[in-house]
Design a protein around this ligand. Structure first.
Ligand code: ADP
Ligand code: MG
Length: 239
């Protein structure tokens, strides 16, 4: 069943590590079903924001709302593609995804069917029984995306998922992701260093300042992109 996509709002979020302020007054608004890119210099707090938004680390100040409610515990309705794909080396691609299904408490037979279906959509069916080190960087990243989607979360967050990949692989994965997004209408937060990728993929690009990070600019993509019918028109920005 398709979940209603989630919204994420930050109101003056602060994050300190000891005496160091990593994020200082981050205010942003990610609407349900939107594909938003976050760009900004290294160290500005992009990954930190992602971990806070997932409820994996606490904020030090400000407000973080998911679906309009303060986030008080780890968000389970989220799939994360970490900056380093973080696959388990001694598990095959399929086992990596199935382990996640088990952790999520999914019934295993349908989960396996879904895993294989995702592998098919991501063009890695032939990799199911291979180990991560037998796979190319692009294939490992696709396994990582399949793992993030196994429980059909309504939010998908990807932290520089294409960083280490060559241009052709990036373009292919980008295309697959676009297809998946169209099918599933998830809220997507895409962290990247590439303004081209950000503009090519998303509805909106949020630009962060150097440390301590906050959103300093916003690029709204004006080109009409295909959009799932059930999401209706593009969000209105008149507010
Ligand atoms: P980005 O993902 O934008 O490159 P990060 O969110 O990883 O930036 O980091 C933001 C800042 O916070 C950096 O200066 C980083 O060194 C610091 N930082 C991140 N995580 C920790 C941590 N667990 N402890 C101390 N400092 C951290
Ligand atoms: Mg980072």
């Amino acid at each position: 069943a398709a979940n209603a996509a989630a919204s994420i709002e930050g109101r003056g979020i602060v994050k300190t590590f000891g005496g160091f302020t990593a994020v200082d007054g981050l205010t942003l608004d990610i609407r349900s079903g939107e594909f938003v890119s976050l760009i900004g210099p290294s160290g500005c707090g992009k990954s930190t924001f992602m971990l806070m938004a997932a409820g994996l680390i606490p904020t030090s100040g400000g407000e973080l709302l998911v679906n309009g409610k303060p986030l008080t515990e780890p968000l389970t309705d989220i799939g994360i593609v970490f900056q380093d794909h973080l696959l388990l080396e001694f598990r095959t691609a399929l086992e990596n995804v199935m382990l996640q299904a088990e952790i999520r408490g999914l019934p295993l037979v349908p989960a396996k069917e879904r895993a294989l279906e995702l592998f098919g959509k991501l063009g890695i069916s032939h990799a199911a029984d291979r180990y991560p080190k037998q796979l190319s960087g692009g294939m490992r990243q696709r396994v990582s995306i399949a793992r993030a989607l196994i429980h059909n979360p309504s939010v998908l967050m990807m932290d520089e998922p294409f960083g280490a990949l060559d241009a052709i692989t990036r373009t292919q994965i980008r295309h697959d992701l676009e297809m998946l997004w169209l099918e599933t209408a998830k809220t997507v937060v895409f962290i990247t260093h590439s303004i081209e990728e950000a503009i090519g993929l998303s509805d909106r690009v949020l630009v962060m300042s150097p440390t301590p990070g906050r959103v300093v600019d916003e690029i709204r993509i004006e080109l009409p992109r295909p959009r799932p019918a059930h999401l209706g028109d593009y969000p209105s920005f008149n507010t």
